[in-house]
Design a protein around this ligand. Structure first.
Ligand code: ZN
Length: 500
């Protein structure tokens, strides 16, 4: 068996690991390495546009039979018509096993050929579909051609020479999976996981089941190892709470001592956290406001089958519609701006697009179930102590809500991953500037989506592999401190091929 690491080693995220035995080739995840993207590109003027740009910069591997338009070339002719020369090739990759719907694990799927099955959990499949409908990442926009196959938890399928089992694990997004791949050599791939979240019992269950197997190689994530190495990271570390329950209690404590506005900032995809904030809002007697993308995820999750039992319902929150410019091609805009062309006219409650239109058309919302535009600013600024605004983009929210004259007053609770890259630090510093501008106090209430070192140690002890290969960590050597006796620690470098 051979393992090639096209991403996810010596870095957090970007997992793209190729597993090959005899005639079968499987990828474990196919995600974006933000660290390496930022080495070559800068938003918004210097960005990769297509497959070629990513291949040139080695952000994705150059492999035959993997990409949708790999051997396609446009022929431009000044005198005649433009044509596309197609040299389609045979499929060379049998499957992709997807661990979860975070971009650093699935972000480049849109480039993949439609005849390579992508195995994942039904929940991940639904999240990806709903993201697509709310319009996200450039390379994910076109995912309609992909062949998704969900595997029920703990069940086994055959892919060529391999038997593959999928397990549910807990992470900061629902539907996360770990995999056991059985061939001549047996491998466990943890994906991203933790034991201390509200669904930590899923990870316990996974560990119990793989404990029975003979594992030759464990590919284990180590995001949180070695974080204390750097002084700044250590300080942020101390702000990380130990469980989601502590996050809830911390939020209640902060909100109960705040008489003005509260804004909570957390990842877009973490629906467990939305659930917690719904509870916090009830406990503190405030109304939870969430953005339309999150509301769309919640309201459409179970549209075709009952995937998740206990999601917040429309009565648990109010929806904030996005701020966007009214298209100048509409009659109403032409009419209103005839004396002042290009005047910024905000889109109204009606005339919304994409997921907002779908949501407003499908649901018979009463007037007070959503707010938008100037009405939102007025309502929030006049009754700040009645609300908790849940956002995933603080600066954008503040830009939309702020009035020239009236400063805010209140608390901004940061509930996101600690900044671990330079880019993240830039955006965190930008947030601090916004908070100063808006006169908001900064507090923290977050726990990690990844295992604490002691839990990684516990997981390795239970799985008890012959060999361990660190992935999804900047400090792979830190595994030395926690690895149990008898387990051999291996190292993999980017683009390395290990022959097992
Ligand atoms: Zn993740």
């Amino acid at each position: 068996m051979e393992l090639t690491f096209y991403g996810g080693v010596n870095e957090i995220g970007g997992n793209k690991i190729l597993l090959q035995e005899k005639d079968t080739s499987i990828f474990l995840d196919f995600g974006i390495s933000y660290k390496r993207v930022n080495e070559f590109f800068e938003f918004p003027l210097l960005q990769p546009w297509n497959l070629d740009d990513l291949l040139k910069t080695r952000l994705i591997p150059e492999l035959n039979g993997l990409y949708r338009y790999y051997n396609y070339n446009a022929k431009y002719d000044n005198t005649g018509p433009i044509s596309i020369i197609k040299n389609p090739e045979e499929r060379q990759i049998d499957a992709i096993l997807l661990s979860h719907a975070h971009m650093d694990h699935y972000g480049y799927l849109g480039l993949i050929r439609g005849d390579i099955p992508i195995y994942l959990s039904a929940v991940s499949k639904k999240i990806i579909e709903l993201y697509y409908r709310t319009g996200r990442n450039k390379f994910n926009e076109k995912i309609g051609h992909l062949l998704y196959k969900d595997i029920p938890k703990n069940s086994e399928i055959e892919i060529g020479d391999f038997k593959v089992k999928r397990y549910d694990v807990d992470h900061s997004i629902l539907g996360a999976s770990a995999y056991y791949v059985e061939g001549k050599t047996n491998i466990v791939y943890t994906g991203d996981f933790r034991l201390h979240g509200n669904k930590g019992f899923l990870t316990e269950e996974f560990l119990k089941l793989v404990e029975k197997e003979d594992i030759d190689y464990l590919l284990c994530e180590g995001t949180r190892l070695g974080l204390e190495k750097n002084e700044e990271e250590r300080i942020v570390e101390e702000k990380v709470l130990n469980s989601e329950k502590e996050v809830k209690n911390k939020c209640i404590e902060i909100i109960e001592s705040e008489e003005n506005l509260v804004i909570y900032d957390a990842s877009q995809a973490d629906l467990e956290r939305v659930k917690i904030l719904c509870n916090v809002a009830k406990k503190t007697g405030r109304q939870l406001l969430i953005d339309s993308k999150k509301a769309f995820l919640l309201l459409y999750f179970n549209e075709t089958e009952n995937l998740l039992e206990d999601l917040p319902k429309i009565d648990d929150f109010k929806i904030l519609l996005s701020r966007s410019k009214l298209s100048s091609s509409t009659n109403i805009c032409k009419e209103l701006t005839k004396d002042c062309p290009d005047f910024f006219l905000e889109r109204f409650k009606t005339g919304r697009r994409n997921h907002e239109r779908e949501m407003l058309n499908d649901n018979n919302f009463s007037e007070d179930q959503f707010i938008w535009g100037p009405a939102m600013r007025k309502e929030i600024l006049s009754n700040p102590n009645e609300y908790i605004i849940y956002t995933s983009n603080g600066p954008l929210l503040l830009l939309h809500c702020k009035n020239y004259q009236e400063p805010f007053s209140g608390t901004y609770i940061y509930g996101k991953a600690e900044p671990f890259t330079e880019e993240m630090e830039f955006s965190f510093n930008r947030l601090i500037k916004w908070l100063e501008l808006c006169n908001l106090k900064l507090k923290y209430a977050h726990t990690s989506g990844h295992c604490f070192p002691d839990d990684i140690k516990k997981a390795i002890e239970i799985i008890n592999p012959e060999n361990l290969i660190p992935i999804h960590t900047e400090y792979p050597e830190e595994f030395k401190k926690i690895i149990p006796k008898g387990v051999n620690l291996m190292r993999a470098e980017l683009n390395d091929k290990l022959i097992l």
